[in-house]
Design a protein around this ligand. Structure first.
Ligand code: HEC
Ligand code: HEC
Ligand code: HEC
Length: 245
């Protein structure tokens, strides 16, 4: 696609979005529904909000641990960038060969920052009280694990949570289904869960290694450079099922 075609296309998309916004406003005026003046997160105007609570969005798997004593908190990608990013200085080499550079530009790096996501969460909360809790579980695992999703509001997250689906989350994820290839650490981790997702994994029922153990695709790393954190080979990280976590 040539540059000019691309600009024309994005211009057309912008025009459609603005047009749709204007139509929505006209439509809501005609229907007598107010988009303004209501509490964000509690519904507004004539809209009926489902009286749901956090329990309605409960999922098995690892549960929030605000104390950080049972499950170690998820740390920010700033702790990884020094070694896993920005080392290929030749601009001709695609930088997505580096884990950090590829990630920061990806949809995974934007799961919590994306304004469309924030808007969608606000709408979900208006439709069903606290529904944002479920969105945050997938989109902002760091904040969810620390217990900052109880109201379902994006406003309750802290600055570092906007790291989204980050390095430390993905590389601590455990296969919820025990297989003959599972690392030996996985059996006790799954057995210790109060709500194991075995039988019906997926849909954000993720299981996190309670310790800072980084799982990856290599079984031959000659030197662990992660300080006190261990690294282990995880066949799960080579399977598409990992993406369905
Ligand atoms: C959405 C989950 C996810 C996120 C987020 C993620 N990774 Fe990975 N990463 C994987 C998977 C899965 C593999 C194995 C892919 C393969 O080898 O085919 C992998 C591979 C790796 C590897 C080994 C292969 C290589 O390229 O050297 C390293 C190191 C790594 N990731 C570090 C990171 C760092 C650092 C970040 C954050 C900047 C990060 N990852 C973010 C899932 C993730
Ligand atoms: C089970 C995990 C999971 C849950 C729960 C979840 N999402 Fe997502 N969401 C994803 C994934 C994965 C993508 C990326 C999809 C893709 O690239 O095709 C995504 C993408 C999105 C996008 C598109 C982002 C963009 O800019 O393209 C929006 C908006 C969104 N989600 C909103 C929500 C809302 C609102 C909720 C809660 C009602 C929610 N999500 C719950 C996993 C989840
Ligand atoms: C001091 C440098 C350093 C820092 C900081 C660092 N790593 Fe690494 N990491 C390495 C090196 C070196 C390797 C081995 C890469 C190789 O052999 O290609 C590695 C490998 C990995 C692997 C692959 C392990 C395997 O067995 O497959 C993962 C996963 C990983 N790092 C995750 C992370 C995460 C997540 C962070 C941040 C929380 C991080 N690393 C921070 C240096 C570092």
């Amino acid at each position: 696609m040539s540059q000019s075609t691309r600009y024309r296309r994005s211009g057309a998309i912008a025009a459609c979005v603005i047009g749709a916004g204007v139509l929505t406003l006209i439509g809501t005026e005609v229907l007598g529904i107010s988009l303004r003046g209501g509490d964000r997160g509690t519904g507004s105007g004539t809209q009926q909000q489902l009286p749901t609570t956090m329990e309605d969005f409960f999922q098995p798997g690892t549960q929030p641990d605000p104390s950080g004593e049972i499950v170690q908190p998820i740390i920010h990608s700033n702790n990884c960038v020094a070694c896993h990013g920005q080392y290929l200085l030749d601009e001709k080499v695609p930088s997505y060969a580096e884990a950090w550079d590829g990630w920061i530009n990806s949809i995974k790096g934007h799961t919590a920052r994306d304004p469309i996501w924030k808007a969608a969460v606000a709408i979900a909360n208006q439709d069903a009280a606290g529904a944002g809790e479920y969105c945050i579980r997938c989109h902002v695992p760091r904040g969810w694990l620390a217990g900052r999703s109880e109201t379902g509001l994006v406003e309750d997250l802290d600055d570092l949570d906007f790291d989204g689906v980050n390095c430390h989350f993905c590389h601590r994820v455990v296969n919820p289904v025990l297989t003959k290839d599972s690392p030996k650490e996985d059996g006790p981790i799954l057995a210790a869960l109060d709500f194991p997702p075995t039988g019906a994994p997926g849909n954000a029922r993720w299981v996190l290694d309670p310790n800072d153990v980084r799982r990856g695709p290599f079984d031959d790393v000659p030197l662990n450079m992660h300080g006190e954190a261990d690294i282990i080979f995880s066949p799960f990280h080579l399977e598409s099922a990992m993406c369905g976590t």
